[in-house]
Write a protein that binds this ligand. Sequence first.
Ligand code: SAH
Length: 447
Amino acid sequence: MRTLLIVNRLAVSHFLPLASVRWRVASSRPCSSNSSSQEQQRHSMLRHLTSKIKSTGPISVAEYMREVLTNPVMGYYVRNDMLGPEGDFITSPEISQIFGELLGVWCVSEWMGAGSPGQLQLVELGPGRGSLASDVLRVFGQLRTVLGETSVSVHLVEVSPVLSQVQATCLTGECNQASASEDEPCYHHGTTAAGLPCSWYRSLEHVPRGFSIYLAHEFFDALPIHKFQRTERGWREVMVDIDPEKPGQLRFVIIPNPTLACTLIQADEKRQHVEVCPEGGVIIQQLANRIAEDGGAALIADYGHGGTKMDTFRGFKGHQLHDVLSSPGAADLTADVDFSYLRGVAEEGGVACLGPVTQRLFLKNMGIDARLQVLLRNCTDPSTKKQLIQSYDMLTNPSKMGERFHFFSMLAPSRLHRHRPQAAQGLKMERKNPAPLPVAGFTELNL
Ligand code: SAH
């Protein structure tokens, strides 16, 4: 496995020395608003939802999720920085920078696997606090000699003004500004310390076309889902309504007649309860079209299942489970990603797919053990050593994040195929073409 050996060597020898390892878990989180204004916002979100339901009837779970998370004025993502120990949940890039470093190696490895094109767009969907992109870009800096004269640019798809400002500070320091008009597709731009242009968009369709490596970590689980229940009369949609017995509260109801969304359910569906994320399907379709036409690759990491789970809709507040219908806007809402659905859409879009594989397997294939050993060898401070081991355990332990999170990749079809021998000038030429480089992180090579 040539690529994997290269990956291990890069991971061991080229990365930052231990002295620069930061432990983000310990960092403090800037607060976007004080608690009394947060309280007011929550009440207005509930008022907004109840008046909507009063005027048009029950709303789909997808509409509920969309309003609660991304309403342009009151949405949970729009006005909060919710990541980190003082927030509502913590993610792998926030736990250890090794995570982003290994994904950075993956990006470079896939760029090499595509024949080292002269242009490379790093595109991240839902970049949170910007930590993953920052760690990936640091690896690009360490591998400057490998990337050579490649023109690298950074493109971030983010709906949250609060988080995009956190990302801008993380990636560009002071060197960024809002675009002249709010309505421009690229609403914010800046330059990283290494001089790379960095742009922000609200939607993937606005990101310029071209060879790109797309990253999406804990992005698809935040997209709105529709929920359906199998009944004696067939599939029916589950919606959100006002509880008639408790007027200030919401409840789930099963709609008596089929809704348009019921057509999303597969004819051979066996489960009793199903969640479908059509918005996730549309984004996968867009990614597949881009990768098939412009080249590149996508790496999607999230918690999810292979079309087997039923009710996974959850709320998180202060690192605890939170009732999804109570205090809308106060907690994160999420649903496990159905990777078999995403894979089906991707394959229809003409790209090659790998995975999903567990985070544990992916990180181990990427050389996380070797990287940890190097850091431990160079570390003299016992508390840093302890933190290194703890965060490694959190990322890879099967009972923690190791088996709950999965990695799925979409690649240009040519990436996994041997090139056909070509006939030259009418002569039958048996030109030996080398096998394509294996794809780092994935052991499975299903063509
Ligand atoms: N990837 C980060 C953050 C995950 S939280 C990490 O792993 O740490 C989800 C991120 O997606 C946030 O940045 C949120 O603002 C963003 N987001 C949620 N819905 C979105 C949408 N529809 N379009 C663009 N960004 C979205």
